[in-house]
Design a protein around this ligand. Structure first.
Ligand code: NAD
Ligand code: 2HG
Length: 386
């Protein structure tokens, strides 16, 4: 029996996929965590924990270095909520062009007045159209590519900037989207700028005072990525200077409160029934595959390694990516008369992963003995359930 612990509201759709070999939230000493935005940076991980699946795209809440050193595989589910974010961003583009939040505030405050009078008395509510306006999309991954394509379908001129664009992602982007060679080239002519990059050391403050200065006067800025990717104090200064017309973000920050030109939504970009179900189902599938086969695809901290599991037992080893690891492991098995039916190894950055298929049950102390090899981080024996 495997134990799964959930954090945050995890859609039942994914939990329903777990087979009878799984129980959910029965113990803290879990084999797997299925999480959303919970911040794990200060968390202590139980000894049993083998895998963390993040239902969603952003993984800046997982301390990847520490998790890897503990031999825990970490996965996210990018794309599971991309359509939800796209729809909200498009709504916010329309809302900012048509002053929808000012209109809503006005009508809420003047509930007893004849609302049709406001059009006659107040020119503030005359908006602009998105047609032929320019949108800069920073980051063209799962979310950014959908936003770029949808804005293009609405008749906007769209410029994208993504120096690390994967070839898979590039296939999803309409050939109408212009590709900028630099951030400055992307933002300097844009009427709207929207940011869709992961939060890393490199992207923190990606849109700061300098970038805001390079934008057109009256630009509308959107941040549905993460807190800190836009320097909020710089954004407030640019709003005060009327450089930026409006700023819409999914992440609260006290410097943004009580302003009519700022709208903060409470981190709801991916909060739809469909997106939460997608993320939870993908998370549950990832957990079952990793625990039951050791196979890995698109992990955040392990290389891809997918080997058909046709023997009664399998050993998986997470170890440092240094010379002679596989040799030492194979020698230990040979010294103990364990025949290797199949062996595969791959590396990602400083971490390597080895799968060894065995035709017989390994002796009890093998895990301990292999773990004692210098630079071996985690050893598992998996019994084939098929
Ligand atoms: N508000 C929400 O609820 C919500 C929902 C989903 C995702 N997100 C956030 O949005 C981010 C993007 O999500 P995604 O699913 O598109 O991720 P993704 O990994 O598919 O795409 C991210 C893209 O950003 C690009 N990128 C990285 N650094 C860049 C830089 N310096 N300049 C330009 N491009 C850069 C990458 O090459 C990649 O193509 C996530 O990391 C997450 O933080 C927020
Ligand atoms: O879990 C959520 O609702 C947030 C998800 C979102 O921020 C993401 O990065 O995918």
């Amino acid at each position: 029996m495997y134990n799964v612990k959930t954090y945050n509201a995890i859609s039942q759709a994914g939990l329903d996929r777990l087979t009878n070999n799984y129980q959910v939230n029965k113990t803290d000493d879990a084999d797997a965590y299925l999480i959303r935005s919970v911040d794990l940076h200060e968390a202590e991980f139980p000894k049993n924990l083998k895998v963390i699946a993040r239902a969603g795209a952003g993984f800046n809440n997982i301390p990847l270095d520490r998790v890897t050193k503990a031999g825990i595989a970490a996965f996210n589910t990018p794309g599971s909520n991309a359509n939800a974010v796209k729809e909200l961003v498009i709504a916010m583009l329309v809302a900012s062009a048509r002053h929808m939040f000012a209109v809503a505030n006005f009508s809420a405050k003047n509930i007893h007045a004849d609302i049709s009078l406001m059009k006659k008395t107040d020119d503030r509510f005359k908006g602009t159209e998105l047609l032929n306006k320019r949108l800069a999309v920073i980051g063209l991954g799962h979310v950014g590519s959908l936003v770029a394509n949808a804005a293009n379908d609405l008749g906007m001129k769209v410029t994208g900037f993504d120096p690390f664009l994967s070839s898979d992602a590039a296939w999803n982007i309409s050939n109408q989207i212009e590709r900028a060679a630099s951030m400055k080239a992307a933002i300097q002519d844009a009427d709207f700028v929207t940011v869709h990059v992961p939060k890393t050391k490199e992207t923190t403050g990606l849109i700061g005072a300098e970038e805001l200065k390079q934008m057109k006067d009256g630009v509308h800025l959107l941040n549905y990525s993460r807190l800190g990717i836009v320097d909020n104090q710089a954004a407030v200064d640019a709003l005060d200077a009327k450089k930026v017309a409006s700023y819409i973000t999914d992440f609260g920050d006290k410097v943004l409160y009580n302003r009519e030109d700022v709208v903060v939504t409470p981190h709801i970009g991916g909060s739809t029934e469909e997106a939460e179900a997608n993320g939870s189902i993908r998370g549950a599938n990832i957990i079952m595959k990793y625990l039951e086969t050791g196979n890995v695809k698109n992990a955040l901290n392990l290389p891809d390694l997918n080997v058909p599991f046709n023997t009664p037992y399998r050993l998986t080893l997470i170890h440092e990516n240094i010379p002679n690891m596989v040799g030492q492991i194979a020698t230990k098995l040979a010294d103990n008369d364990l025949n290797i039916e199949g062996m595969s190894n791959a590396a990602k950055d400083k971490t390597a992963y080895t799968i060894i298929d065995l035709d017989q049950e390994p002796y009890e102390d093998l895990v301990n003995e292999l773990t004692q090899i210098n630079a071996v981080i985690r050893v598992r024996i998996i019994k084939n359930q098929k």
